[in-house]
Structures are given as C-alpha cells and as structure tokens.
Design a binder for this molecule. Structure first.
Ligand code: MG
Ligand code: MG
Length: 264
C-alpha cells in the first residue's frame, strides 16, 4: 500500500533528509586519502545522534545474514551498494558511495552521494557526473500524471546513451515512517507504465550505474554487492515529495558540492 503524505508529514520528512544531507556534508569535509571508512562511520553516527536522530541503517536486518553493523554504507570503487565500513585507508583515486539514513521525529531520511578521494581518473569522474545527472532526469520526470516507468525510463536512457550499465537488482522506494515503503522505483522502465504519480507521493530515487557490466555478485559478508567485472559503480540518491504537481527535493547536495568546489 502506498501512503500519500500530508504537507505536515512532508515537512517532517524534509527535516530527517536535511539531517542526512548535513551528515554527508560532514563526510565531504573529512574524506581524503588515508582516512578509513570506519572513521567516516563513527563521524556520521556521532553527528546523527548529536542531532537527536537514530542512524536507520544500524542493525538493519539482512535476510541472508547478520544485521548491518554500521550507520552508513561505504561502497568503494567496484562495490555498488551496502559496503560495510572497515579499517582500510582510502587511497588517492578511489571513489566511495556513502549512503546514509536517519530516523528523526518518526520519519526517515535517505540519501547517497559518490565522493572522489583525491585525484580520480577522468573516465570515472564522467561516470559520476552522468549518474548524478540521471538522478535529476528522473526527478524531472516525477510529476503528477506521469507513471513510475517514466522515472526509470529517464534514468535508464540517460545512462545507457552514455554507454553505462544500469543496475536492476536494487531500486528506489517509497519512504516515510519506514525507510522502505511501497512503491518500488526502478532505474529502468518503459514510459507510460507503472503506478501513476500523485501529490503526496514520497520516494527515494537512487540510480546505481556501472562503468562496465551491470551484472552483480555478493561479497562473503552477505551485505556488500560488487560489479561482476570489478569495474567501478556510482550511486546518487535523493528523497523527493510530489507537491503541487512536481518534485520537491527533500535532501540536498548543495553543501557537499560547495565543499567539493573549495577542495578543487
Ligand atoms: Mg540510501
Ligand atoms: Mg534508498
């Protein structure tokens, strides 16, 4: 069942998402060669709890194994999603998708950003740029009267036209009091198919895009998912609400992008 949200609920959802965005901005300030993903996780958990929220991911159940042990997912290079933070120092040229979730005042935030560590190869930077663009193409397609297939179609065509792979096994989702609500929001699809987009619909759109094949394999920890050809993958995610007929983006990359500009 899809729970359409009231304006008051959307504002609560915005607060939870802006806290995710602020957390990701703290990571943007800190991430550099030599830093470990475990350090980023500690930073994120402290920041989230200091702001009166819970990190949604911590203890998240896994149908295949043990609950998620950390507050953020850190997926490095060929890890697509659900990477577990560890003590391996990040190296110059790495990319890291940091996915973060909060639970604040009864509502969930969920957003992801793929960061560059030091100097990243131009072809990988291009993958990141196109993946982020495809997120906004998907958001543009999220207007009342359109269907969910229009969102997936917009993401898929933008990325496939650039020669990239579109991950099928993991998709965006409804979001509200629960992090994962109906409907599923695939990053592929046909125009004019799927559920109709209505005011009050709140969803996370999250393209996961690969430089090579979109085929995946699971790591032995039963969380991390990698590309089968070990080529890099990018992942950008916003939570949006449909309001007055179009998308209101509840999370924000503004501060992250400002920090990235200052670093250049
Ligand atoms: Mg996420
Ligand atoms: Mg999500």
């Amino acid at each position: 069942m899809i729970f359409l949200k009231t304006q008051d609920e959307i504002e609560l959802l915005r607060q939870a998402n802006l806290l995710v965005s602020a957390t990701l901005a703290e990571i943007a300030k800190t991430i550099q060669p030599g830093v470990t993903t475990r350090q980023l996780d500690t930073l994120a958990e402290t920041f989230i709890r200091d702001h009166g929220a819970e990190p949604t991911f911590k203890g998240f159940p896994n149908p295949y194994g043990s609950p998620f042990p950390a507050s953020i997912c850190t997926s490095v290079n060929h890890v697509v999603v659900h990477g577990i933070p560890d003590d391996e120092p990040l190296r110059d040229g790495d990319i890291v998708s940091v996915d973060c979730g909060t639970h604040l005042n009864g509502f969930c935030g969920d957003s992801c950003y793929t960061f560059c560590v030091g100097e990243v190869k131009p072809e990988v930077r291009e993958l990141l740029r196109t993946t982020k663009e495809s997120l906004y193409k998907g958001i543009e397609a999220a207007i009342t009267g359109h269907r969910l297939g229009d969102i997936g179609h917009a993401v898929q065509t933008h990325c496939e036209n650039a020669g990239y792979g579109v991950v099928r096994e993991f998709v965006g989702h409804g979001i509200g009091r629960d992090m994962h609500e109906e409907p599923q929001v695939p990053n592929y699809g046909r125009q004019g198919t799927g559920k109709t987009i209505k005011n009050g619909l709140c969803i996370a759109i999250e393209p996961m895009i690969t430089l090579g094949t979109h085929e995946l394999a699971m790591l032995p920890d039963r969380w991390g998912v990698v590309t089968r050809d070990h080529q890099p993958a990018a992942h950008f995610e916003h939570t949006i609400a449909i309001h007055h007929g179009k998308a209101d983006i509840l999370s924000s990359f503004k501060e992250i992008e400002e920090i990235e500009r200052q670093k250049q």
